[in-house]
Write a protein that binds this ligand. Structure first.
Ligand SMILES: [Zn+2]
Length: 282
């Protein structure tokens, strides 16, 4: 590394005033470095999503679309407004006809779910855990933080340039990798253990508040851990790597999430979502 290497951490004594001004606090109470403003992140997310929609095949099957909306809508109804959520409050949910098990969410209110994800997240609760986790990454500004760390590492210090130069190959990798859609572009940038844990905690809370059993998040990750040891781990695992304490953390948070779940059920939040029949190829 360079001799003038800066630690991309908020609160570091070596940090420039510019960086201090660009610190924000996550909903979990952690200080983070965010050099790019939310509106610009939204624009990047929308552009990447448009690209992905053009490259991919949008699933038209009404049963698959109805199922994924049935799971996503109750979550979207309970997540916090403002902050890194889309300014107009609207989230677009697109189902892709793609047998690779993957799902993602982007700033600007964009969610993509591959039909192949349903072969891994086989219950509504497990799909809710996936979607809650993905929305967690967006609301926690993890993409912004990762891109900010890349900017600091490259010492460009021009927060705007990375966004404006998104079509230049040198920046493109940082942008799509930072947004967590690297797998779609062949750029793999796994989320850190810290980001994964934060997305797990808030994701489990969101699914519980929406009326899905938060224990299903544990079942999902137990399954993921098993599949990641196999010959063909799910594509989702490459950007959301499993770590050994993840299931313990989800277990530790389960009592709190269960309280939220019970409260939600008592208020009539009882989503009844029926998975579509599996098709050949998926
Ligand atoms: Zn993740």
């Amino acid at each position: 590394m360079m001799g003038t290497h800066l630690r991309a951490q908020c609160g570091s004594a070596a940090m420039l005033a510019l960086l201090i001004a660009a610190c924000s606090t996550t909903m979990t109470g952690r200080k983070q470095l965010t050099l790019i403003d939310d509106a610009k992140m939204d624009a990047l997310g929308v552009a990447a999503f448009t690209d992905i929609k053009q490259q991919g095949k949008v699933e038209k099957d009404p049963a698959a679309n109805a199922y994924i909306r049935c799971v996503a809508d109750p979550i979207l109804a309970v997540i916090p407004k403002g902050g890194a959520a889309p300014k107009d409050g609207n989230w677009e949910v697109i189902v892709f006809d793609d047998s690779t098990p993957n799902a993602f969410a982007l700033p600007g209110g964009k969610i993509g779910v591959h039909t192949g994800m349903l072969t891994v997240a086989t219950t509504p609760g497990q799909l809710a855990a996936v979607i809650g986790h993905e929305i967690g990454h967006v609301l926690l500004r993890h993409g912004n933080e990762r891109m900010s760390q890349t900017i600091v590492a490259q010492s460009t210090m021009e927060a705007g340039s990375i966004a404006l130069s998104q079509t230049k190959p040198a920046y493109r990798d940082a942008v799509v990798g930072g947004l967590g859609v690297g797998a779609q572009y062949g750029v793999l940038l796994p989320y850190s253990r810290k980001h994964e844990s934060e997305a797990d905690v808030v994701g489990q809370r969101f699914m519980a508040e929406a009326g899905f059993d938060p224990a299903e998040a544990i079942k999902l990750w137990q399954k993921m851990a098993k599949l990641s040891q196999g010959q063909q781990p799910p594509e989702w695992m490459s950007t959301h790597p499993a770590h050994e304490t993840r299931i313990e953390n989800l277990q530790a948070n389960l009592p709190t999430a269960r309280d939220l779940y019970r409260g939600a059920r008592a208020r009539g939040k009882r989503p009844k979502c029926v998975p579509p029949p599996t098709r050949p190829g998926n």
